[in-house]
Design a protein around this ligand. Structure first.
Ligand SMILES: Nc1nc(=O)c2c([nH]1)NC[C@@H]1CN(c3ccc(C(=O)N[C@@H](CCC(=O)O)C(=O)O)cc3)CN21
Ligand SMILES: CC(C)C(=O)C(=O)O
Ligand SMILES: [Mg+2]
Length: 264
């Protein structure tokens, strides 16, 4: 049975963890969805992972539509979420046009980076039939404003603001919240503060779902990986084994462990 946003809401209600991995092509989309991963993210991380850029900023809507079409063809029942790339949703009109291109390419929902000032855009998309995931915390499209990839929401006022932002975005119609690189306690607080499912990456073990970049969890990314990454290929020896081990570990609650999470 195909995964929908209702499936993820049911997971949250029942306290069952769900999984998400990035997918950029049909072959891996097939493997990932067959492994029982509920959500496939066509991430703008493809600008770094596939294109070799040092940030996600060069990625275009055209790039995203191309990879979304490939993923949609390979998909066997997962929910396909596509990132709106940098500056493709700067105004509500732009957001609607960009989202239309990604939904036509086969996405079931879009993801955008931004806090409460995105609420009007979220509402416009939501009321016009585009489910939205709001990405908070370390939002990589803001790397030049952050001055690097740094843990967010560390002090009390930043944490309180993020809780308020998450609530406001869900009230505006966001169906999912994605939290990247925040202290585990804040990940837990936001997960308990909103009725929508919360997906975490470096946001602790309490979020409803966990996401990783597939290349990272296969140990394929050059250099020192971020703290939240675990290489599942090392312990299984096959790609399919690694995908299944990730699903298993998230459902059992053994991933992420303390060593993969941030303290305040
Ligand atoms: N391959 C890949 N994996 C990702 O997870 C990823 C991408 N690419 N590209 C887009 C963004 C960039 N991301 C990043 C990149 C670096 C860190 C990082 O170095 N984090 C430090 C934390 C630093 C601090 O303590 O403030 C770490 O040690 O994990 C985190 C997220 C996540 N996304
Ligand atoms: C790291 C995840 C959450 C993402 O946005 C991406 O892969 O682009
Ligand atoms: Mg992204």
């Amino acid at each position: 049975m195909a995964v929908t946003i209702n499936t993820l809401r049911d997971c949250k209600t029942r306290g069952e963890k769900f999984t998400c991995l990035t997918a950029y092509d049909a072959t891996f989309a097939h493997l990932i969805s067959q492994a029982g991963v509920e959500v496939m993210l066509v991430g703008d991380s493809l600008g770094m992972v596939l294109q070799g850029n040092d940030s996600t900023l060069p990625v275009t809507v055209q790039d995203m539509a191309y990879h979304t079409r490939a993923v949609a063809r390979g998909n066997r029942g997962a929910l396909v979420m596509a990132d709106l790339p940098f500056m493709s949703y700067g105004t509500p009109d732009a957001a609607m046009d960009s989202s239309a291109q990604l939904m036509r390419a086969g996405a079931h929902m879009v993801k955008l980076e931004g806090s409460s000032w995105m609420a009007d855009t979220v509402e416009m998309l939501s009321t016009r039939g585009v489910p939205v995931c709001a990405h908070l915390g370390l939002t990589p499209q803001f790397v030049n404003k952050f001055g690097g990839y740094k843990v967010q929401g560390k002090d009390d006022s930043a944490a309180d603001q993020m809780v308020a932002d998450a609530r406001e975005l869900v009230e505006a119609g966001a169906d999912i919240i994605l939290l990247e690189c925040v202290p585990s306690a804040l990940g837990q607080r936001i997960t308990e503060s909103v009725p929508a499912p919360v997906i975490g990456i470096g946001a602790g073990a309490a979020t409803d779902g966990q996401v990783l970049v597939m290349h990272d969890m296969l140990g394929a990314t050059p250099g020192k990986p971020p703290r939240f990454v675990k290489d599942f290929l090392a312990e299984t020896g096959t790609i399919q084994g690694a995908l299944e081990a990730f699903v298993d570990a998230v459902k059992k609650g053994t991933f992420p462990a303390q060593e993969h999470t941030f303290k305040a």
